[in-house]
Ligand binder design. Sequence first.
Ligand code: XMP
Length: 530
Amino acid sequence: MADSLQTIAPQVHQHHERVLVVDFGSQVTQLIARRLREDGVYCEVHPFNRIGKAMLDEFAPKGVILSGGPSSVKRADRPHVDDAVFALGVPVLGICYGQQIMVDQLGGEVETAREREFGRADVTVQTQSALFQTVWAENGTYPVWMSHGDRVVRLPEGFHPIATTPSAPFAAIADELRGFYGVQFHPEVSHTLDGARLLSNFTRQICGLKGDWTMAAFREEMTAKIRQQVGDARVLCGLSGGVDSAVAAVLIHEAIGDQLTCVFVDTGLMRKDEGRQVVDLFRGSYNIPLVHVEAEDTFMGVLDGLDDPEAKRKAIGKTFIDVFEAEAKKLGGADFLAQGTLYPDVIESVSFDGGPSVTIKSHHNVGGLPERMNMGLVEPLRELFKDEVRALGRELGLPDGFVSRHPFPGPGLAIRIPGAVTKEKADLLREADAIYLDMIREEGLYDAIWQAFSVLLPVRTVGVMGDERTYDWVLALRAVTSTDGMTADSYPFEHDFLSRVSTRIINEVRGINRVVYDVTSKPPGTIEWE
Ligand code: XMP
């Protein structure tokens, strides 16, 4: 056993050229990181008030990007960044609030504009610059996306304007000697058509980075890191059936072989054939030691009669930990627990009033277990976004159909059966849901949808089949588009497709006689029904 709880997040950044993204709380800060990573540049997002000399020395960025944010430079308690950032001798790019605070800290002036500017604007390039190279030409005008109240009115010494808009004379500014650049608009959002290429110019032309962040490199470095972290200790990994824990397990197995044991708790709340697929994949294709715990009866027993959504979630979470812990003990314990925690789960976000707040999705992990069992943590994916995990899964040879699966919530089908859960209802839902998803795949729509699933409503309605009266359950279909699950729109299926799904389900699943489609967006709805 580990002596004390170690939250070891293997850091890969020693091996990569890296950019520091300083977060001032913009809603779109994560997009900066995504754009850079898509371009092969490793970067991390850190809150503005966690940046100091020691952190900078340790992180040793080759470039810094200051994000936008909701605050005003004119506020007395304005969020700002440690001046050490400007003394590093590396290029800095300020975006929106990031530009304003850089100007303010370096001795220029910012004012609150009479008119706030939101949405599309046209910038005109005044002077050619490394930031625009091969993307924007001198005197050309290009669409960008703005969202700001304050604006720069006097530049610090050394800076000059390189692009303007009718209302922002300093829409883009540069001090080439120091490598400091600022843009009033948001290059990270897709509405700024050439934004990704401007960011690429910053990292490659201005910071001089090669862009060597590839999944093949990550795989090699991370397996070495895991070996170094774990030594000859034993690691347990809880498989959820989802992509993240599966990718984490395969990567760890590549690093330490049979020192890893996977535990798959079949709660009876999985989708059709999910349990079998996981077992086949791990035992069959990868030869990874896997303990398959059949716990359907236990979970159904615990859920019996529970109809409150939170009570159901809590009961499932607690039972999961109990079952997992009992299995871990049977196996003689382990020194480390492996989890498929992702970057968006650990990224520290900055709240609107400027104070840092931590968002960690506790439902992703086997919460509380590492402390209870005094285990260390192995979290090899905690620096990756979901699409990077999928790319890593493909790199590791996981089947594409598995890697591109839609997200599935920890509490499983229980939160897709509003009200009390029974095995009969779970079975009905599983059958109907499998038909719905098959038809979406056949139609070629699966990858265009963030998540599609069915919900078995606690409502029975009258119908007629053949010449007989039926009195059966209602099934709701849900499909949403989203980029991160935080906001979502219902997917605009063709009416004809929905009719065909309805017909097949009602014909093939005895017990369901009516199908409806959920058109609610998030907000005000949530993606799941409970
Ligand atoms: P909501 O319903 O909050 O869902 O709009 C947002 C996303 O999170 C997933 N979700 C969960 N994932 N454990 C998980 O691992 C959970 O308890 C959980 N609840 C919701 C949901 O499927 C959607 O992708």
